[in-house]
Ligand binder design. Sequence first.
Ligand SMILES: C[S@@+](CC[C@H](N)C(=O)[O-])C[C@H]1O[C@@H](n2cnc3c(N)ncnc32)[C@H](O)[C@@H]1O
Length: 388
Amino acid sequence: MVIIPSNVVALGTITTYSAPAVGGATQLDEWGTTGMASKQQSLGDAKSAKLDEFYTQLSDIEKELRHYKAHFKDKVVYLNCDDPRESEFFHYFSYNFEKLGLKKLIAACFKSQDVDLFSIGDNERAIYLEYTGDKDGDRIPGRDEIEVKYFDGDGDFRSAESIALLKQADIVVTNPPFSLFREYVAQLMKYDKQFLIIGNMNAVTYKEIWPLIQEDKMWLGVTRTGTGQMWFRVNDDAPVKSGQRTDEEGRRYQTIGNSAWFTNLDHAKRHEELTLFKSYSSADYPTYDNFDAIEVAKTVDIPMDYDGVMGVPITFLGKYSPEQFKIVELSRYTKTQGMSKEFVDAYYASGQTGQISEGHPDLCYYDSNGRPVVPYMRVLIRRKDGSA
Ligand SMILES: C[S@@+](CC[C@H](N)C(=O)[O-])C[C@H]1O[C@@H](n2cnc3c(N)ncnc32)[C@H](O)[C@@H]1O
């Protein structure tokens, strides 16, 4: 057994967690992308790897993880993007090891060659930790109970060494670097792992991710997205932006309106059916001009008696129950008839300035006042109890 080097945090000490006060965040739309400032704070806009340095808080981990307790019994959990000096995921799983009935906990710390870009990066070699539970009966994961092992390489989650650990694991839990989200999810799928990870809602529209959502191979977790729902600790040298809070010890936190949990672990919330109370009428629900479906601008307004295809905002996925609805497609990947010349002319005649032209594949409709509308991307769904 190796003693944890002194540059690894005192793992035997429980830090008292104090949540930063919620508030002061930029008003974001359902995508969290109103204007430049919020675009900069979007995980989805991670133009540089520096934007990957968002550390998840213990309170947010606890809030989500409490819905999955039954899944963890006798399981090997792998945190493959988690520097134990920074990661509250390691804290959560090591302190809850016995409560969850875990078999083993592994946490790998990526060692970047660029100290500025990734984490602390000052370990001589990339390390991973293994913990198999409390041995001395104090219910605290002590230093002498946590094995520190060394990677030959840098601990990249794509490296053969990290994949060997992944193969041992039953469930992978982390907040991976968002700039590598596609690759990260592809690897989980390739090795057929159960997972609970943090990402950005925008990712559901990626061509690599959408089919997983559509085929119910991956779904959203329980914590709802939205400004103030989750706060991530940022490095001291991170630029000051709107949507940040500083705690009493001077640590800064950023709220990201469209951060979300993604998982293939079942949870009760996804089996809660949405109560539908509206009735369909052609006046209230326009039919798209170029596709056989109706526009439903808000998820709460899904009519209870329309049997055909309906276009709903992407935030619907947070309310989606596979027993109640079938996901038909994402509008981005749907072959529409294309916009007609009449629609395009009417659109510009109404003073709107979007970039459209005849044949444009996005959904479009005329609202109840006859105004041409090109809505944001829609999820096309139908009710499962519908006869159509
Ligand atoms: C969004 S941060 C989250 C950190 C931690 N999982 C948490 O939730 O607090 C992503 C982490 O992934 C690490 N990382 C970046 N590229 C990586 C790679 N290729 N392999 C493994 N980890 C990587 C970064 O150093 C960073 O600490």
